[in-house]
Write a protein that binds this ligand. Structure first.
Ligand SMILES: [Zn+2]
Length: 247
């Protein structure tokens, strides 16, 4: 699989340039809107492009979840055709290496209306900051396990309440370390891949800390309903690398 990805990326000259939250994508490819084991939602936004390694990752994951007996995955935002910052929503997803996957799954083809504005299916009661009973089940755990176990995955952003559920059930499994607590993410998780081979100007993020993150670090997140950390400039338009500014 790695060879195929590399070959495809080389043939297309695909390149992730800059950082996840200040960068762009060259010669990205579109994820077909439906495929074995998945369906793309909110397609009007045109955010279903990615680096070939991301497209291949999602297709492989959907095949595996399907073989594990799971319904279709709902795939939400990847990146725009040339990457860069979205006008609305999240700050990252700029280099074609990030993707949002819903915890809800589809037993049938998603209709047009629902595809444009799918009903949220939050796993968490936001007021109580607890899991809705029955919503984080074996299928969601299987999905996370398959999604996080692949070597190309750098980290997965997940609500801390859900990470706590995983820690209860699978704390000794090595992929658990890649689940990083973050605010929001009541209905979906966010996969981030490592910089691929052939993208010399892709800026990696710091390595994840040692350990599975199930102890003190997670407790700190769970103690209070977490807020976005006070990072200066979090809402500013990022300065993109020079190569991203060429018309
Ligand atoms: Zn995301």
């Amino acid at each position: 699989m790695m060879l195929t990805n590399l070959l495809l990326a080389t043939l297309l000259n695909a390149e992730a340039i800059g950082g996840y939250a200040a960068g762009c994508l060259q010669n990205g490819v579109a994820l077909p809107l439906t495929g074995p084991g998945y369906q793309v939602i909110r397609t009007k936004r045109l955010r279903y492009y990615g680096h070939p390694t991301l497209i291949s990752y999602l297709q492989t994951l959907a095949n595996q979840t399907r073989m594990a007996g799971l319904p279709d995955l709902y795939i939400a935002d990847l990146a725009m055709a040339r990457g860069g910052p979205f006008t609305t929503g999240h700050r990252s997803h700029q280099t074609g290496l990030d993707a949002d996957i819903w915890f809800r799954m589809a037993n049938r083809p998603i209709g047009k209306g629902e595809q444009d504005s799918p009903a949220e299916w939050p796993l968490i009661n936001e007021r109580r900051y607890q899991v809705h009973p029955g919503r984080f089940g074996p299928q969601q755990l299987t999905l996370l396990r398959l999604a996080a176990s692949k070597p190309e995955v750098a980290r997965i952003f997940i609500n801390p309440v859900l990470k706590a559920q995983v820690c209860k059930q699978a704390s000794t499994e090595p992929w658990v370390a890649k689940l990083r607590p973050w605010v929001g993410h009541f209905s979906h998780f966010h996969v981030r891949l490592h910089c691929p081979i052939g993208s010399p100007q892709c800026e990696p993020q710091a390595e994840i800390p040692a350990g599975n993150g199930c102890g003190e670090e997670l407790d700190a997140w769970l103690k209070d309903k977490p807020q976005l950390p006070n990072v200066s400039g979090i809402n500013k338009v990022p300065t993109l690398p020079a190569r991203c500014q060429q018309p």
